[in-house]
Write a protein of this length. Structure first.
Length: 222
């Protein structure tokens, strides 16, 4: 197992501390979230079930024997656990490398506590080196791309990928010289472009707790 995988596993294990007894929780998408689902398998009796942020996560949860719930049927969740592609010590994130950013953002917004788990390599001083995913209504792809270019970014169409919502992804490179100085402002600006569903900046609603795992242990922010 690589150092990164060890870090992901340790962060996932540390998130079990936040499990609310007998309640439904939200579970994210990606390699670190998958480690959390593995850990959750042996703890599944502690929770009532889970809301999944993607079809892939739903399948993993079902395979782990965890009952699935629709967010509309449960309302506010006590806990959401998910990974990140980049994170700052202020718990602002870039997410969406797996393409599930919209459902992830909805569940995070509907949760009282968002615990982000990642390996220590995901910690950055400022967001922006990782491509910023933007989910877009298909007919608006060219228009949104032009608007992103005007903002200083270089949008790249994620070929052959369709989100669970039936939309496409533009991965934005070189946004502000790979240095997002005002992540909340940029998040809002991109979201206000007609045709954008949402983008992968989790700044306005960042994580409440950030757990970063490594071979040496787990570092906590928040």
């Amino acid at each position: 197992m690589s150092d990164q995988d060890i870090g992901k596993r340790r962060a996932a294990e540390a998130a079990l501390e936040f499990l609310p007894e007998g309640e439904v929780i939200g579970v994210g998408t990606g390699s670190t979230a998958n480690y959390f689902i593995e850990c959750l398998r042996d703890q599944r009796q502690r929770i009532a079930g889970a809301v999944a942020s993607s079809e892939a996560t739903a399948e993993r949860l079902k395979a782990a024997g965890i009952e699935l719930f629709d967010l509309n049927s449960v309302g506010t969740l006590p806990l959401y656990v998910d990974g990140a592609d980049e994170a700052t010590e202020h718990r602002q994130l870039i997410k969406g490398g797996g393409g599930a950013l919209t459902r992830e953002k909805i569940i995070a917004a509907a949760s009282r506590t968002f615990v982000c788990i990642a390996d220590a390599s995901k910690l950055v001083r400022r967001l922006g080196a990782y491509p910023l995913p933007v989910e877009v209504i298909p007919m608006a792809r060219s228009y949104v791309a032009r608007q992103i270019v005007a903002l200083g970014g270089r949008p790249v169409y994620r070929q052959g990928f369709v989100t669970d919502n039936g939309n496409i992804i533009l991965d934005v490179l070189d946004i502000h010289g790979l240095d997002i100085v005002e992540p909340i402002k940029l998040e809002q600006t991109i979201n206000n472009i007609a045709g954008v569903v949402t983008n992968g900046l989790f700044a306005a609603r960042g994580a409440d707790v950030l757990l970063l795992g490594s071979a040496d242990g787990v570092q906590r922010f928040g």
